[in-house]
Design a protein around this ligand. Structure first.
Ligand code: FAD
Length: 450
């Protein structure tokens, strides 16, 4: 009997334990199911649909080189897969474990038809727990406990060939899924910045060894290419986290390894609290008086469009819109600005990131937003308010700003961080939508009210 190989956020052939197990069990029917029902509000966002289209095309091409192909189906995952089993006479389904709440529901519905394998995280998330068996809520404790389970195993190569079934089930066409934007086509900046797919992910992995020497310092400087930009490849599983771990060529754990382990940590948090993307980790913040109404909507739009009058914030938001990605330091600054300076609900920002990021990831996005907002289980005080202008100077964001906010390209240092205050704001660039001091007081007053 054939077996089904169910691809999800693991669109690769190398270091793919589910593929190896399936190939041993019989002829393999590889399938990707586009499920826009199960995730509800968290169905794949706009930027990631662009990525997914190219990644699936690339996966199909790689499978064909090995005598196989990718079957595409759309609909509720468990239903579609059960139907495909009946149709093809498949004896079972192999897949890698994922922790998004909707995947866990589909897995439960498939029951013992599904055989799950580890391989998408550095550790088994269920293994790194507190003494009482709960996932860690503080990263530093997680990292300490993870030491007993690290380093991860070395990645396995892709199989040479994949046994094909005597009869291929029908596949939908990728074009019929209309994953690419048409009117308007906002993806031109994506094409210049990114190449989705396993081969391009492997190329980025090769760069990790070179980056690692300067990573600890350069990773905070948005004007530099100081980080790996592996995040969309990791989200879609085009490269495995353990391949990224070993790509450093270092035996000792570096700050890069620690960042990579954040991915495992966030999965632990959402395993314990599946609705973490929607609910405050600290219920005390349920009564925080977020701004609502027309003025709040206007400010939200200014933030989304990169027209707040704070150059570092605007540069970040425009990088996000144009390229589907934002530097981590700037993600923190823009997120903090939305939550504290504009006093807008963190979930508004989380949703915008979800739709705009090529690396949008349920656990990473939710845990990081709640961390910045101060509403999360891992404590970062709401009352600690980041000063965007100071941050901009500290992390030397001048060239970054001039790149993403062309109206400011002729503003010299040091005025670039606050051209309005320096008296050299070009007409095309907006005034600040809120003053720093006034925003700070408003946020602190709101915090006192909870
Ligand atoms: P590198 O510095 O090269 O790190 C390597 C990998 O480690 C990353 O690709 C990522 O998989 C992981 N990693 C690094 N930092 C973190 C972190 N803080 N939390 C979790 N994993 C991390 N990351 C996402 O992958 N998806 C998201 O939706 C997402 N949303 C975010 C929202 C906010 C408000 C903030 C502050 C951060 C968010 N991050 C998210 C985390 C981080 O910004 C990105 O992972 C990072 O910028 C990706 O760039 P890189 O691959 O060059 O990172």
């Amino acid at each position: 009997d054939p077996v089904i190989l169910w691809f999800r956020q693991d669109l690769r052939l190398a270091d793919q334990p589910a593929l190896l197990a399936a190939a041993e069990a019989g002829p393999v029917i590889p399938v990707y199911v586009l499920d826009d029902d199960g995730p509800g509000d968290w169905k794949i966002g706009g930027a990631q649909r662009w990525w997914l289209h190219h990644s699936l095309a690339s996966l199909d091409a790689s499978l064909r080189e090995k005598g196989s192909r990718l079957i595409l189906r759309r609909g509720p995952a468990a239903e579609v897969l059960t139907g495909l089993m009946d149709e093809s006479g498949a004896g079972g389904i192999h897949a890698l474990t994922h922790y998004e709440p909707w995947w866990r529901k589909s897995e439960a519905a498939l029951g013992d038809r599904l055989c799950l394998h580890d391989g998408n995280q550095l550790t088994r998330i269920e293994d790194v727990t507190t003494g009482s068996g709960q996932p860690f809520r503080i990263y530093s404790s997680f990292w300490k406990a993870a030491q007993g389970h690290l380093p991860p195993p070395h990645p396995e190569p892709a199989p040479r060939s994949i046994p094909a079934p005597s009869h291929w089930p029908k596949s939908e066409t990728l074009a019929s899924w209309q994953l690419l934007p048409t009117k308007p086509d906002w993806s031109t900046g994506f094409d210049t910045d990114w190449t989705p797919g396993e081969a391009a992910g492997q190329d980025r992995l090769k760069a990790v060894g070179e980056l690692i020497g300067t990573y600890a310092d350069a990773r905070n400087m948005p004007a530099k290419e100081g980080t790996t930009r592996l995040s969309p490849h990791l989200h879609f599983g085009e490269v495995s986290a353990r391949a990224a771990w070993h790509a450093t060529g270092r035996h000792e754990a570096t700050s890069f390894h620690q960042e990579l382990a954040w991915r495992d940590f966030t999965r632990g948090v959402t395993l314990a609290l599946p609705d973490y993307a929607e609910k405050n980790g600290r219920p005390r913040y349920d009564t925080l008086p977020w701004r609502k109404g027309a003025a709040a909507q206007r400010d939200l739009r200014a933030w989304q469009q990169g027209r707040t009058g704070y150059p570092i914030v605007d540069a970040g938001m425009r990088q996000l819109w144009q390229s589907g990605w934002m530097h981590n330091r700037v993600r923190m600054i823009t997120a903090s600005f939305l939550v504290k300076h504009l006093l807008l609900d963190w979930r508004e920002g989380e949703r915008w990131f979800w739709d705009c990021l090529v690396d949008a990831d349920y656990a990473n996005n939710a845990v990081n937003w709640q961390w910045v907002a101060g509403t999360g289980v891992d404590a970062n005080m709401f009352s600690r308010i980041m000063a965007p202008l100071t941050q901009s100077e500290k992390f030397d964001a001048g060239d970054y700003i001039r790149h993403w906010v062309p109206e400011l390209k002729d503003v010299p240092d040091p005025a670039i961080h606050d051209p309005e205050d320096a008296g050299c704001r070009p007409k095309a660039y907006p005034d600040k939508i809120v003053g720093h001091r006034e925003a700070r007081e408003r946020a602190l007053a709101a915090n006192r009210a909870v």
